[in-house]
Design a protein around this ligand. Structure first.
Ligand code: DSN
Length: 482
């Protein structure tokens, strides 16, 4: 072992360290490299129908994988706790400017915080900013299509931190129609007097009536926060109604229909909130409350690499190509919906205004958990979901499908009709497996029969081979190798 002059480690080890810092992933860590390659293969050869997923562009992933990952910059542009932040300041300001432009917002009336790590911390930061501890929040119930962070709890347990640190009273969809029951929300809000009402969903295929929700919020002196995570790309393209006109605060993730990297944004109003009986203007004070709630309240240093990726996605979101993409997302979702209806399936609410549908399997005599497992084995990714009126969240009777990811690969309406056929074949197989078992057989036994039944495995292999041949015809956005 030879030591260099004054250096406490051997020259060989030091040379090897320096080489490690320059090696590509394939050389540096073949284990992780191979896992990523397998995931890439799954994405290329499978049909990705999870409504909240998408494929980020190459430029977004390049920004995300850049040297911006290395920089700490607690604080906000111009007011940081670290040196060397001139370029991250420029980046964060650019991202803020693009975020306002992408949604047509006047910077005198709206501001935006681009630092949330994702949607859940963005929402929690909003709650801590404008609702006092144990203050009251109303969001759409999770089994009805709301998000965990909107206050989910069960009869037995408070599940989401929103329901633990605040008082949550959910609103519901109508069990028969599947549409949000605004009348009941209004009645309950009059009793509960929430400080914040959330207009936002994780599994809801219809446009939200923001005007009605704002009216209900106003009646109670509550803020209206819209969580547009699922639809933020559709909103940017102007193909669904925008929540901004009626909201005080708008939160979003950036990686769903918006097609950026994983991060979150919070938009907040500035200027006059209301005018009192004496004509005095009451101003919003959301800017400092929300900025302080994000940092230093909840988070540490911003993820500057993610802010870079979001800035790129926002630039792309302002192009005519992005509008064309979102128009196609809607058309493809309708094609998928009508393809499944033609095969005799029931879609909750009868169709969709946006990028997703909820298939109700109750009339077919099966449920989402079983069908999801068979489709997954056939290289079709989707998720089980409760349907309106479901008695137990433990046996959800629906499947949620979304069109954003496959549309990013270039699929159009006829392709989605073909996708509907593949789904149908998977569900037919689900029913066959189920009929080979005791009607009360638990999911565990169903999964065992799927994995071990030779006849079923052969059918899975047939469908999967066709799915893979079909899917691999479409290009995959992103970095060429990984
Ligand atoms: N997991 C996302 C969704 O599927 O809606 C939200 O966090």
């Amino acid at each position: 072992m030879s030591l260099t002059n004054g250096q406490s480690v051997s020259k060989e080890t030091w040379d090897s360290h320096n080489k490690m810092m320059l090696d590509p992933l394939s050389v540096s860590d073949s284990e992780v490299f191979n896992i990523i390659k397998k995931e890439k293969h799954r994405q290329i050869y499978g049909l990705e129908l999870i409504a909240s997923e998408n494929f980020a562009s190459r430029a977004v992933l390049e920004a995300l994988g850049s040297c911006m990952n290395n920089k700490y910059s607690e604080g906000y542009p111009g007011q940081r706790y670290y040196g060397g932040t001139e370029h991250v300041d420029e980046l964060e300001r650019l991202c803020q400017k693009r975020a306002l432009e992408a949604y047509g917002l006047d910077s005198e009336k709206w501001g935006v915080n681009v630092q949330p790590y994702s949607g859940s911390p963005a929402n929690f930061a909003v709650y801590t900013a404008v609702v006092e501890p144990h203050g009251r929040i109303m969001g759409l119930d999770l089994p009805d299509g709301g998000h965990l962070t909107h206050g989910f709890m069960t009869e037995k347990k408070k599940i989401s931190a929103t329901s633990i640190f605040f008082e949550s009273m959910p609103y519901k969809v109508h069990p028969e129609t599947g549409y949000i029951d605004y009348d009941r929300l209004q009645d309950n809000a009059r009793l509960f007097h929430p400080k914040l009402i959330i207009a936002g969903t994780s599994c809801y295929s219809r446009n939200i009536d923001y005007a009605r929700m704002k009216q209900i919020a106003n009646e109670n002196g509550a803020y209206l926060m819209s969580d547009m995570a699922h639809i933020s790309g559709l909103v940017a393209a102007g193909v669904v109604p925008s929540p901004f006109e009626y909201s005080d605060i708008v939160s979003t993730t950036t990686h769903k229909t918006l097609r950026g990297c994983r991060a979150g944004l919070i938009f907040y109003r500035k200027g006059v909130r209301s005018v009192d009986a004496k004509g005095k203007e009451i101003l919003y004070n959301l800017e400092s409350l929300i900025n302080q709630a994000v940092f230093p309240g909840l988070q540490g240093g911003p993820h500057n690499h993610a802010i870079a990726g979001v800035a790129v996605a926002l630039k792309q979101a302002m192009t005519p190509e992005f509008k064309a993409y979102q128009t196609q997302v809607l058309a493809n979702c309708k094609a998928l919906s009508s393809g499944l209806i033609d095969q005799g399936y029931k879609i909750v609410t009868g169709g969709s205004d946006n990028h997703l549908i909820l298939l109700d399997l109750r009339s077919k005599g099966t449920d989402g958990g079983r069908a999801e497992k068979v489709l997954e084995a056939c290289a079709i990714a989707c998720n089980k979901n409760t349907c309106p009126g479901d008695k137990s969240a433990l046996r959800p009777s629906g499947l949620r499908f979304g069109s954003p990811a496959l549309t990013s690969r270039g699929l159009v309406e006829d392709d989605f009709k073909k996708v509907a056929e593949f789904i149908h074949r998977g569900i037919v197989l689900t029913l066959e497996i189920q009929s080979s078992l005791d009607p009360k057989a638990p999911l565990r036994e169903f999964i065992q029969a799927l994995a071990q039944g030779e006849k079923f495995q052969q059918r899975v292999a047939e469908i999967k081979t066709e799915v893979e041949a079909f899917a691999s015809r479409f290009p995959m956005p992103g970095l060429p190798e990984l």
